[in-house]
Design a protein around this ligand. Structure first.
Ligand SMILES: NC(=O)c1ccc[n+]([C@@H]2O[C@H](COP(=O)([O-])OP(=O)(O)OC[C@H]3O[C@@H](n4cnc5c(N)ncnc54)[C@H](OP(=O)(O)O)[C@@H]3O)[C@@H](O)[C@H]2O)c1
Length: 259
């Protein structure tokens, strides 16, 4: 018989500490809520204080333990400061989710160094630096979970992928390098791969009903993604249940990538 304690052993995050970048909006916000709902104490990191505070208020109203750190993950100093502040709140994290991302996609011929640098800094360097800061400690303690949020553009070009697609492809490679290094010590490192998700990130596309319908038709489920679709996969990857899953890219895309 499946008992509650069995499920809790597999999926509960009671006593765990999580840091979720980009936890104030879209996919990161839904993941932060899911991890907190499963029992983790969650620190969310992003720039805008009003959105951070609103998210934490919502989580606290639901009885969750949550806090926020405002930081710009677009600079190395910003990332370092964010990591130290985040670790001060509830202690060193057991779970790191890198969901903060930017999506600047000028035509390839017009892609300048500024866009390239900004994209790599937030989408790739911040996850790398946070991994370097928290991964070794997780390995020493014998448990850790690193979850990156990549994109279908890690696997194929799509609507001027440019630097964005490159950053996401590299992020999947980073997950494999981290998995190789730390999995023997109980730290799994995986990526969640969204298809097209209705969030503020892609306001331009998601405010065009024809494009939204065309993208939905390319999935198997018949609709575009919602931030909430990432909750279950994130709880799975953050808990004990996934201890033999590492170095993987898990598509949460309604079948878009295989249609
Ligand atoms: N939506 C999609 O269709 C889709 C598809 C594929 C992949 N993804 C990926 O999924 C992840 C989440 O995207 P989303 O759709 O949920 O986007 P979103 O709603 O725009 O959220 C992005 C989050 O990142 C934070 N952020 C951005 N730049 C930052 C910086 N310099 N420093 C600190 N925080 C920063 C934002 O907060 P502040 O602005 O306050 O800093 C916000 O919390 C991203 O990595 C994105 O590439 C999304």
């Amino acid at each position: 018989m499946i008992s509650r304690s069995y499920l809790s052993e597999l999926f509960s995050l009671d006593g765990r500490v999580a840091v979720v970048t980009g936890g104030s909006s879209g996919i990161g916000r839904a993941i932060a809520g899911a991890l907190a709902g499963a029992g983790a104490s969650v620190v969310i990191v992003a720039r805008k204080e009003s959105e951070l505070a609103a998210t934490v208020d919502e989580l606290a109203a639901d009885g969750c333990r949550a806090a926020w750190v405002s930081a710009d993950l677009g600079s190395r100093d910003g990332v370092r400061a964010a990591a130290e502040q985040a670790a001060e709140v509830f202690g060193e994290p057991d779970i790191l989710v890198n969901s903060a991302g930017i999506n600047l996609r000028p035509p390839m011929g017009e892609l300048g160094e500024e866009v390239w640098d900004a994209t790599m800094a937030v989408n790739l360097e911040a996850p790398y630096l946070l991994g370097q800061r928290f991964g070794p400690g997780m390995a020493e303690r014998g448990f850790g979970r690193i979850i990156h949020v990549t994109s279908q553009q890690a696997h194929r070009a799509f609507v001027q992928s440019g630097a964005y697609g490159v950053s996401k492809g590299a992020l999947e490679s980073l997950a494999r390098s981290q998995a190789e290094a730390w999995s023997p010590h109980g730290v799994t490192c995986n990526t969640l791969v969204p298809g097209f998700v209705m969030t503020p990130l892609n306001e331009r596309l998601s405010s065009d009903p024809e494009k939204v319908a065309a993208l939905a038709a390319r999935t198997m489920v018949g609709r575009n993604g919602l931030a909430e679709d990432f909750a279950g996969a994130a709880v799975f990857l953050a808990g004990r249940a996934s201890s033999y899953v590492t170095g993987q890219a898990i598509f949460v895309d309604g079948g878009l990538s295989v249609h």
